[in-house]
Ligand binder design. Structure first.
Ligand code: SF4
Length: 246
């Protein structure tokens, strides 16, 4: 199944044929373990710019650990919105202390400048606009650094993620495509926790205190019911920050 040499930098992925081929390869990877998927990806796109993004949720922590077993120096991009919990920053530093190549990306606009332009607490009035400034725009800059973006989303996290392929695409600001890889799509929450505990992986202690999905402090609460992501932007109808719509 190994096939090397696709020149993403030349924009080869933009052809319909290449995208169709990606869908075939994705289907062929169904049922394979995350380790096998990652090993295939690193081989398939050898020489290309491959990196993870993570906000240090449980799946992200598992994925960083998994990916580093396959490729110890894989870069891990993380966006510091300025609104993260201290516990999240501590997990980030725990991975860095283990030798992970953590690359922090910040919004172009400080919280103070954002308040001056848009008024205070934009997250409470227009969370989509706040996420665009503090998460989506920085992620676009991350995509400029990558040919292959590895992400930790799972299909059963939310209805919006149910159709996620193992191999898909995301679009850079200039319209060109990046391969988007989701090795954990078939995992359940239980699979995630089994991996974290079996391998003694660092994770956010807020997850032991009733939180199930952790983002920015103003927009994160304990979920009211069983919905794993129900504590994110509670009561607003918003379910995604937008980076997975790129
Ligand atoms: S999660 Fe909340 S605080 Fe964070 S960028 Fe989005 S709206 Fe702003």
């Amino acid at each position: 199944m190994t096939e090397r040499g696709s020149d993403l930098a030349s924009g080869g992925l933009d052809s319909g044929r290449e995208i169709e081929h990606l869908a075939e390869q994705s289907a062929a990877l169904e049922g394979q373990s995350p380790e096998a998927i990652l090993a295939w990806v690193f081989e398939r796109w050898a020489g290309q710019r491959i990196g993870l993004s993570s906000a240090f949720g449980p799946e992200g922590c598992a994925l960083i650990h998994l990916a580093r077993r396959v490729r110890p120096d894989v870069p891990v991009y993380t966006i510091d919105t300025g609104y993260l919990f201290a516990e999240t920053l501590a997990v980030r530093e725990a991975f860095r202390a283990q030798g992970a190549d953590i690359r922090v990306v910040e919004p172009l606009v400080s919280i103070r400048a954002q308040a001056e332009r848009h008024g205070p607490d934009l997250f409470a009035r227009d969370p989509d606009a706040c996420c665009e400034i503090r998460k989506v725009e920085p992620m676009r800059r991350v995509l400029d650094q990558l040919d292959v973006w590895i992400t930790a989303i799972r299909r059963d996290q939310a209805a919006t993620r149910a159709g996620t392929p193992i191999l898909g695409t995301a679009r850079r600001a200039d319209g060109s495509l990046v391969v988007k890889v989701a090795p954990l799509v078939a995992w359940t929450r239980k699979d995630t926790w089994r991996y974290l505990l079996d391998h003694d992986v660092p994770y956010n202690p807020l997850l032991d205190a009733g939180f199930t999905s952790i983002g920015c402090e103003p927009c994160t609460a304990r979920p009211p019911g069983d919905d794993e992501r129900g504590g994110r932007w509670s009561g607003t109808g918003k379910t995604e920050c937008g980076i997975h719509h790129l």
